[in-house]
Write a protein that binds this ligand. Structure first.
Ligand code: TRP
Length: 360
């Protein structure tokens, strides 16, 4: 998304992100990153370009990266057909294939870390019902379902605060749609520290990426459930077939004009994100190749980009025991972190009488 399209608070976050990038390079050890995905389906090219590649970049810089598979969050949208074990294992494969190193980073699920979920209880006392109702992202998601929000939907920004604060993360790579949730996390951290006179929680920063928001092949928001993205797990033939079905127009000469030729511009945007070149340059090069020519170039570019990742992914899914072991180890580390934080929370709340683990 061009910076001019950002709301004032998003523009501030974008400016702050540039500053943070400089600090990350000079002092990576002072950052702990928490990022998460809802296990609603296979990750696609948009995830790779938007967030996955960024996590790997941060890991390579020496930042501790913690990745949450937010399984409790999928309960907010009711899709009984979802095969959670398969989706979760697929996500672990996507992360590892993209380069997440389980020796340096950590992958875990909500449901395996009770102490994280327990943090929601004291956090709920720090935010008002009215504040929850004002969250624009929750409102948009609620409107999309056409039903009144469940209490879980309304409180999921509080749960997300627990996701971030359980490991006292101070950096959260997100898209602009997640900024309201991050504000809730900062508010909860601040109020907890104020009310219980402690410095336990950092106020985490959002780290916005420069990658523009990519639309799906049909020009709609790219989404796991809409099936309009190119799954990392897709084969080269499936990728070609998906791209072949994308709409274009009947002009032979390819030009980049998002207003009058949105379908063609969308494919050029995707190609630009994959190759790092400008959409105008790419359009000139394809010239009179037409929609078919554009699709051929895009198919090759996507398949070339994903080939090494897909090769690793095929090897990984052939060994599900290894994927489970990586998740088990991540869950164990996350439990340790969460129990330590919860013990400190209990101390701050004066709940020191029970036979609990003492803060380390
Ligand atoms: N809400 C995020 C999404 O829909 C997923 C998520 C859950 C998350 N917990 C998080 C992201 C904590 C960042 C930090 O994509």
């Amino acid at each position: 998304m061009p910076v001019t399209d950002l709301t004032p608070s998003a523009a501030v976050a974008a400016e702050r992100s540039r500053l943070l990038e400089q600090r990350i390079v000079s002092d990576p050890g002072s950052f702990r990153v928490l990022s998460g995905d809802r296990p609603t389906g296979a990750l696609h090219l948009g995830h790779y370009l938007g967030t996955l590649a960024n996590r790997i970049r941060l890991q390579a810089l020496g930042v501790t990266v913690t990745v949450l598979i937010a399984d409790y969050q999928v309960l907010t949208d009711q899709d009984p057909s979802r095969n959670l074990p398969e989706v979760v294992r697929g996500l672990v494969a996507d992360y590892l294939a993209a380069g997440l190193d389980p020796d340096r980073s950590l992958v875990f699920t909500h449901s395996a870390v009770p102490a994280l979920n327990e943090l929601v209880v004291p956090f709920l006392g720090l935010i008002s019902d009215a504040e929850l109702h004002r969250n624009p992202t929750v409102r948009a998601e609620t409107e999309a379902t056409g039903r009144p929000p469940s209490a879980l939907m309304l409180t999921y920004p509080v749960h997300q605060a627990a996701d971030i604060l359980f490991c006292r993360a101070n950096l959260v790579p997100v898209g602009v749609d997640q900024l309201p949730h991050l504000e809730t996390t900062r508010l909860i951290a601040r109020r907890f520290n104020d009310r219980y006179t402690t410095a336990l929680f950092p106020e985490p920063d959002a780290l916005l990426t420069d990658t523009p928001l990519l639309l799906g092949l049909d020009g709609q928001k790219m989404s796991k459930t809409r099936g309009n993205g190119i799954a990392l797990s897709a084969t080269e033939d499936q990728t070609a077939a998906l791209i072949r079905r994308a709409p274009t127009d009947s002009h032979r000469r390819i030009t980049y004009d998002p207003r009058t030729r949105p379908a063609v511009a969308n494919l050029l945007d995707l190609l630009a994100a994959v190759t790092g070149e400008s959409p105008h340059t790419l359009a000139d090069r394809i010239g009179s190749g037409g929609g078919a020519g554009l699709k051929r170039v895009l198919t090759d570019a996507v398949n070339d980009l994903l080939r090494p990742l897909r090769t690793r992914r095929r090897e990984l899914v052939a060994d599900p025991g290894h994927l489970d072991a990586v998740l088990d180890a991540g869950n164990a580390s996350a439990r340790e972190l969460a129990q330590d934080t919860l013990a400190r929370v209990h101390t701050a709340l004066g709940m020191t009488y029970a036979n609990r683990q003492r803060p380390g």
